[in-house]
Design a binder for this molecule. Structure first.
Ligand code: ATP
Ligand code: MG
Length: 588
């Protein structure tokens, strides 16, 4: 049992200007965290307690799923990363450190990096042992501080430069066993997020720079999230927009027959899809839009319908690791024309050999015969037929799905919802393990060396903590779920120092603790209004008020944070009612 007067809970009446979203404001106002630098936070005692609860729930579910806790170093010799497949792609998000005694201002070739994730460590760590097939079927995890040099840290713990992650890694002998392990982990994730009191959805996700076979993200619906989830409730389809597909292209779509020869026409001052649509009555869905990107320093073009947007994450399927939109100069270099009049009609791309490829989204087949830029200033082409005229190396799915499009499973309209990614699991396959020097091989029953089939599993522990606040708060403060609350019960003593009140607080507090609940006694010499406000702000699930008129009447007041009304309980019944309440909550 802790007494508020002996604790350090610096609550704030106003939210500091640095906080934009409710959960960030409440983290600060309830005295859970303080900012140390951009994207860098310290946890104060109350915050540390709540964080510890999230971590404990996570470890419990990992252990139940058969995973083993270990601990790898956070400071990692850079050679581990250099030997792996992601050094160049991941380098810009890593904090890089010179070796001790080295006098470099910023190391060109760093001796160490601060770990942003640990595939590059665990693979050789496990791989360097003499593993047989009996050593496979193992999953390891750790809870550790991770470091990422995020360009735009924001929203407090949501996108931080230093944060707490649970990262897990599995090693299996066969692909089937790896899939089983993955499913088992997905179940453990569902249990964990449910125990955190979160509403969440698991969605199909892009495998991105991680590579691998398939992947799911665990998403907490919230307007402040960084991700868009595309879903249809009836069919159960749910995917990150980076990965989502829709049924807008009928399976039996045939290529349109040409309507006539290509014609060039003047389009003075027209540089956008919208303007072309307005001034020349060509709807955006009858235009071809040509966009240029740079991938691994190579220039390439992507053609989509004028009404569509390119989903950059989907371009990862083209095999480039680092992708960004091309600059105006780069566009001119490849196309011999500037944005506003670009097109991919055969023979019109001036420097075609400078393009590593011209790729097109499948949905342009819906256009059939359309309009596109002529790669000449203020000139466009019409009657452009996809099959006859466009210079396409490869078709694929590169467009962003939009709300209202038909669900790929049921055909019913898709919905889109903002969400926070709190967990991400990947079936990696053998991408990391197959390298002989660096990877993880094992000896099978026939004595042959085989790469382990791996999976990796991340949970943002500190992001989950803040997501809980984002989902569970009201105008007065945090509404902690029982499982995560820094204290589960607050006993607000209105007349501290009055023996009867203090004795009763002690008695109820001890009974609650014996039943497994954590208790904070507010023994401060503050006005009742201040104490009630603070108790609401820090979000303790059950408040028991002792003192005042109630005590004179032989009653205490019990109020659940997530309920409107309170209950007056006779002192003689208080322990029983309290224990019933604790038991009901502990079952959840
Ligand atoms: P994001 O897309 O949000 O940048 P990510 O896909 O890079 O995240 P993973 O590498 O999958 O993240 O990391 C596992 C988990 O760690 C994420 O699901 C997320 O909950 C958490 N996480 C990642 N980056 C951060 C960060 N900068 N601050 C807090 N938590 C983070
Ligand atoms: Mg992720």
């Amino acid at each position: 049992m802790d007494y508020w007067s002996k604790q350090y809970i610096p609550t704030l009446k106003e939210s500091p200007a640095e906080a934009e979203i409710d959960s960030h404001k409440l983290l600060l106002r309830a005295g859970l965290v303080r900012k140390i630098g951009s994207g860098i936070y310290a946890f104060l005692p109350l915050g540390a307690k709540a964080l510890d609860n999230v971590k404990r729930l996570c470890c419990e579910e990992m252990n139940r799923a058969g995973a083993m806790e270990l601990l790898m170093p956070a400071v990692v010799p850079a050679d581990y990363w250099k030997a792996g497949p992601r050094w160049s792609a991941a380098r810009e998000i890593m904090y890089q450190v010179a070796s001790a005694g080295e006098n470099a201002e910023f190391p060109e070739e760093p001796a160490f990096v601060l770990g942003p994730t640990h595939e590059e460590i665990i693979t050789p760590l496990i791989g360097s042992e003499a593993n047989s097939y009996r050593d496979m079927g193992k999953t390891f995890y750790q809870v550790q501080t991770k470091f990422r040099n995020e360009i735009r840290p924001r929203y407090g713990l949501m996108r931080a430069r230093e944060f707490i992650m649970k990262d897990g890694y599995s090693f299996d002998a066969t692909d089937e066993e790896a899939t089983e392990t993955y499913k088992n982990m997905a179940k453990a994730y569902e249990k964990f997020f449910a125990r955190c009191g979160l509403k969440f959805i698991s969605v199909e996700a892009d495998t991105g720079v991680m590579g691998g076979a398939f992947s799911h993200e665990f998403m907490v619906p919230a307007e402040v999230g960084d991700d868009d989830v595309v879903y249809n409730i009836e069919s159960g389809y749910a995917a990150n927009v980076e990965k989502a597909t829709s049924g807008i292209i009928p399976a039996d779509l045939e290529d349109a027959a040409p309507v006539g020869d290509i014609e060039k026409f003047e389009t003075p001052g027209v540089k956008t899809i919208e303007k072309l649509a307005q001034e020349f009555e060509v709807p955006a869905d009858q235009q071809f839009k040509t966009l240029l990107f740079v991938g691994d320093d190579k220039l390439f073009a992507v053609v989509v319908r004028g009404c569509d947007q390119v989903e950059e994450a989907k371009l990862g399927s083209l095999g480039y690791a680092l992708i960004r939109p091309a600059t105006v100069d780069e566009i001119f270099e490849g196309m011999g024309a500037y944005p506003g009049s670009l097109g991919a009609v055969k023979g019109t791309i001036k420097n075609r050999e400078k393009l590593d490829g011209v790729y097109a989204d499948e949905a342009i087949r819906l256009v059939g015969n359309g309009v596109t830029g002529a790669n000449e200033k203020a000139m466009h082409l019409k009657n452009v037929n996809v099959t006859r005229d466009l210079d396409i190396d490869r078709f694929g799915d590169f467009r962003k799905v939009q709300a209202g499009e038909p669900c790929p499973v049921s055909g019913k309209p898709l919905e889109i919802q903002r969400a926070i990614e709190v967990g991400h699991i990947f079936k990696l396959g053998t991408k990391y393990s197959e390298n002989e020097e660096y990877g993880a091989l094992y000896v099978d029953k026939d004595g042959n060396r085989q790469p382990a089939v791996m999976g990796c599993y991340g949970i943002g522990i500190s992001r989950t903590l803040q997501s809980i606040i984002e989902q569970k708060h009201d105008k007065n403060g945090i509404v902690w779920p029982w499982s995560v609350a820094p204290y589960q019960i607050i006993i607000t003593v209105l007349d501290p120092g009055m023996e009867e009140a203090d004795t009763l607080a002690l008695e109820l507090g001890q009974a609650a603790e014996a039943a497994g609940a954590s208790v904070l006694v507010d023994d401060r010499a503050e006005r009742p209004g201040v104490k009630f406000k603070d108790a609401d702000l820090i979000g303790i699930p059950l408040r028991i008020t002792i003192g005042g008129r109630g005590l004179k009447n032989g009653e205490v007041e019990m109020k659940w944070r997530d309920e409107e009304s309170s209950q007056n309980v006779a002192i003689g019944d208080a322990v029983r009612v309290l224990l019933e309440g604790i038991e009901a909550k502990s079952k959840l």
